[in-house]
Ligand binder design. Structure first.
Ligand code: ADP
Length: 154
């Protein structure tokens, strides 16, 4: 079974993440979206909310699972028997940052990171910009899946 994990904060999940997951679907038997818990980081949406947004978005997709984890991503990969880490690349800054992490992870564990290039129509989307727009009462509906939009309109 080819299992990949897609690690991140997902604060909140965006259409950029959804695009990467949908396009990776044919490459793997299972994709575990893994929300990393970092106690030093402040999040806008609670862990429960971030989990629920992802569960709702992929409710009908049997290949996609959602989990949370603490600690090193490679340790979590070993725990759930995932051989691949999936990451999205938007720009050279993402590439430079991701390169060092991927090389370290492979050096420490042999786990390969698979990168997919963002689609042109979602390349500009980031969770941090979504949070800014949301904080200032802007319309985020074109940037996030419906589960997030619905929650923010309640
Ligand atoms: P992190 O806290 O690790 O940056 P994020 O939740 O922001 O986590 O992102 C998780 C992954 O999704 C990263 O690989 C990131 O590059 C990718 N990603 C984020 N936004 C997009 C996008 N618009 N297009 C493609 N990949 C994206």
């Amino acid at each position: 079974m080819k299992r990949a994990i897609f690690p991140g904060s997902f604060d909140p999940i965006t259409l950029g993440h959804v695009d990467i997951i949908n396009r990776a679907m044919d490459l793997f038997d299972e994709i575990v979206i893994a929300i990393g818990i970092n106690n030093d980081k402040k999040y806008l949406f609670s862990l429960e909310q971030r989990l629920q947004f992802i569960k709702d978005t992929f409710a009908t997709n049997k290949k996609v699972k959602v989990q949370t984890y603490e600690g090193l991503t490679i340790n979590y990969c070993k725990e759930i028997d995932a051989d691949y880490i999936l990451r999205g690349l938007r720009n050279p800054a993402d590439f430079e940052f991701e390169k060092a992490i991927a090389q370290t992870n492979r050096n420490l564990s042999g786990i390969e990171t698979v990168f997919l290039l963002t689609s042109a129509n979602t390349a500009f989307i980031s969770s941090s910009i979504v949070r800014d727009v949301y904080r200032h009462n802007g319309d985020i509906s074109s940037l996030v899946p419906d589960s997030v939009t619905k929650f923010t309109l309640e």
